[in-house]
Design a protein around this ligand. Structure first.
Ligand code: NIG
Ligand code: FE
Length: 415
């Protein structure tokens, strides 16, 4: 049985990673067979369906590839609302971390929480992402910081992956911070990551990539390099939390190591921009974090104009960004980073796919690609960016299966 999606008001798809043109077809159709897209074009040219095929009328709907959130920390326990209030009174994220709060508080709480309870709280978060048209989702560990607790988090992510209808990519972030028991023995912790954690993660195939928080006071460029080179030797891909709070040089390190992505980049230098532009490493921008931490935004325009591929993601976590409404991230990218609607679409489809090593699998609507699609109850892609508090996802297809539908309609459709 094939699925025919007929009369899409407008179908938008980027054609390749980067910021080339986005193809826009008015009155379009798509055919899905099993988990693949087999045909896309103008509805007038659509081959006929046969008995037993499912025909869906997408009149009035905007259609895009399934969206991709390629940077989240959504498995954790507890919350840090008290730190948020301290920040509203003038304390900075770094001051709170230095006085024993921050990541290490979430680590304490997460270590004390069972895998069952972590799964119980993460599952509805994943469902919330699905309901917003996300069909590929990256989730990092990083709130365990001991071999046992990091493996616990990665097993929770694996369980989410096994039971979910979307594609979930796990990242090992054991180098997220130094745990209390290693505060005075940095080298000891680095050796633990290198000799114990990375081999255990790789041998159990628990993650596709390793990430490091390369930041002043956390992992230096040299420490990050040592950890990421070990990850590469163990068959993992790599990515970097780079130049988030200070211009340490993480972006250049990411480019040098052929990382999938360099993430955050609020403080990236011109040299970092040039290095990324010359590389295949995706610049993963997380404007929700800049907004939540009241920091300057990453220089998206400079990155795009230099030739870097820019992706956008939520960074959802309890300390630096609690925004779980993906279109709100898109609005921030438009308002504060001056990204155009086409650039934003590429950023959350093809470029995010590339940042997960999936650019030949998903992120665009073309024959042979995985049938990850969203039919939006919205008159245009621009509306999804412009009106982020409304959930516009009408029908979400992942690997050819209808996994979510909603009858909430953007009222502008009826005007
Ligand atoms: O991406 N930068 C490091 N990690 C997260 C913050 C994690 C936390 O504060 O709990 C981030 O911003
Ligand atoms: Fe992050």
């Amino acid at each position: 049985m094939a699925i025919f999606i007929r009369h899409c008001k407008q179908l938008l798809t980027p054609l390749a990673p980067g910021h080339g043109p986005v193809q826009k077809l008015t009155d379009a159709a798509v055919i899905i067979e099993e988990d693949r897209i087999t045909w896309v074009g103008f509805d007038n040219d659509c081959p006929p369906s046969e008995d037993g095929d499912l025909v869906i009328d997408a009149t009035g709907q905007t259609v895009t590839p399934g969206l991709i959130d390629a940077h989240t920390h959504l498995v954790f326990a507890g919350d840090r609302s008290d730190e948020f209030i301290l920040r509203t009174q003038g304390a900075t994220y770094q001051q709170i971390a230095a006085s024993g709060g921050g990541i290490s508080r979430t680590v304490t709480k997460t270590r004390d929480t069972t895998a069952f309870d972590l799964l119980r709280t993460a599952r509805p978060r994943v469902n919330r992402w699905i309901s917003q048209g996300i069909t590929t989702l990256e989730i990092k560990s990083g709130y365990g910081l001991s071999t046992e607790s990091e493996l616990k988090l990665l097993r929770v992510i694996r369980q989410l992956k096994n039971e979910s209808s979307i594609d979930i990519s796990a990242t090992f972030l054991g180098a997220h911070d130094f745990p209390v028991e290693f505060k005075d023995n940095r080298e000891g912790f680095i050796q633990k990551i290198i000799k114990e954690m990375i081999p255990a993660v790789a041998s159990d195939d628990l993650a596709e990539a390793a990430d490091v928080f390369c930041e002043s006071g956390v992992f230096s460029v040299e420490e990050s390099r040592q950890i990421l080179e070990t990850a590469l030797k163990n068959g993992l891909k790599v990515k970097v939390h780079a130049d988030e709070l200070s211009p340490l040089g993480g972006a250049s390190l990411a480019a040098e190591l052929h990382a999938l992505s360099a993430d955050h980049l609020l403080c990236i230098t011109d040299k970092g921009i040039q290095d990324l532009a010359k590389s295949e490493t995706v610049a993963m921008l997380l404007p929700g974090t800049a907004w939540f931490l009241k920091m300057p935004y990453a220089p998206a325009r400079k990155l795009i104009e230099s030739g870097a591929a820019v992706a956008l993601a939520s960074d959802f976590n309890p300390g630096s960004c609690t925004i779980d409404q993906f279109s709100f991230i898109l609005m921030l990218a438009a308002l504060y980073m001056n990204m155009t609607p086409d650039e934003i679409l590429s950023a959350v489809t093809v470029n995010a796919a590339k940042a997960l090593g999936r650019e030949l699998e998903t992120g665009k609507i073309a024959p042979g690609y995985r049938a990850d699609l969203v039919l939006w109850n919205s008159p245009s892609w621009e509306h999804i960016i412009y009106h982020p508090t409304l959930n516009h996802a009408g029908k979400v297809f992942a690997s050819g299966k209808l996994i979510y539908q909603s009858e909430i309609w953007n009222e502008c459709l009826f005007l």
